[in-house]
Ligand binder design. Sequence first.
Ligand SMILES: Cc1ncc(COP(=O)(O)O)c(C=O)c1O
Length: 415
Amino acid sequence: MELDVAFVRSQFPAFQTAQTKDWIFFENAGGSYVPATVIDRLQRFFVEHKVQPYGTFALSQRAGEEMDESYAAVAQLLNADMDEITIGPSTTLNLYILAQSLRHLLRPGDEVVVTNQDHEANVGCWRRLSEHGVLMREWRVGKADGELDITGLENLISDRTKLVCCTLCSNLVGTLNNMNAISEMAHKVGALVVADGVSYAPHVIPDVQTLGVDFYAYSTYKTFGSHQGVLWGSKDALRQTEGQGHFFNEEKSRYRLNPAGPQHAEIAALAGIAEYFDVLYGHHFGDAKGSLHERATKVFELVSEHEARLANILLDYLKGKSNIRLLGQDHAETGKRASTIAFHARAMPSTHIAQKLAEHRIGVGSGHFYALRCVEALGMDPEDGVVRVSMVHYNTVEEVQKLVGVLDAILAGEG
Ligand SMILES: Cc1ncc(COP(=O)(O)O)c(C=O)c1O
């Protein structure tokens, strides 16, 4: 069975709306479109119960119930418990607060492994800990294609390592890092693992029980929802954090690592993501069976096959061009590579290519995308960076074929 992409697109108002429907949207790693289920919940919250939640009156209770539905949905999607979930304003902020909350575990001379493949959100907050005498060890990408080699980590890890902070999937390179192997190595020396799943979560529904990591972070505005960041921590790992909220909220799971407090309407909208996955499940598989996590996983089996198909059209084109430097693997396969494809044309600025594509109503990104260390490590100019084509399951084969045609003309100087 294949993903019914026409049905998928029918769930997204952006594909029906005059301003957006003629655009080919390939900047999904920057933020994805949202299905009607999410928009409806956001609208309903604002219109029907935009009041302080969890109060004594009915409107307020309903507001709280809608937020609870979202906490439950996010937890169920990840196969987690609700009290293991923090929903904060963004992944950058969640990781910053997490770093503060783990600081008390670290002594001068202790070591933290960070990568130069990660988005800065999972680097800078840890590097700041060096102000307290903590030493940073950088796991570096291979020069050729930007991938991380596990032997590089092996050489860095020692009894002094207390934390390993690493992305599940770089927002430029697209390779899925083997988090089980990374975690196994880290746990052998007693280190905690913090995984950035922001570029992973649009493509995979992880089971946090088997992911191997201690903390997993992702951003819901890139996974078809409102603008929030989700941070999961195992019970054991959360016990090791120091509360960062008001002292009287420190034992409340929603506040412990979120001093900003939950953002009511945006959180209430998140249950719409799970609802959307269930709409896809119902369309493809019929009556609901199993847990939400199991249903979403089944849907994402179709999603990943479709995304690999899309990615390989572009990869097959790019890998045949001698003037193109492609980051990561040149073939997409489920479990190996996400449909986030970055490249640099040796003879043409990335911004120029992105601008030219935009003239054809093809939206892609260009730049370093806050993975500046990665772009620099690969010897590229971070000001210009790479062209990034990030595809998700609602993109179509025809869209990628059109992109290839237009890109070919641009690279030949005819576009
Ligand atoms: C891989 C990766 N990690 C982290 C982030 C930061 O997420 P947020 O914008 O929610 O802070 C991004 C954002 O682009 C990202 O791509």
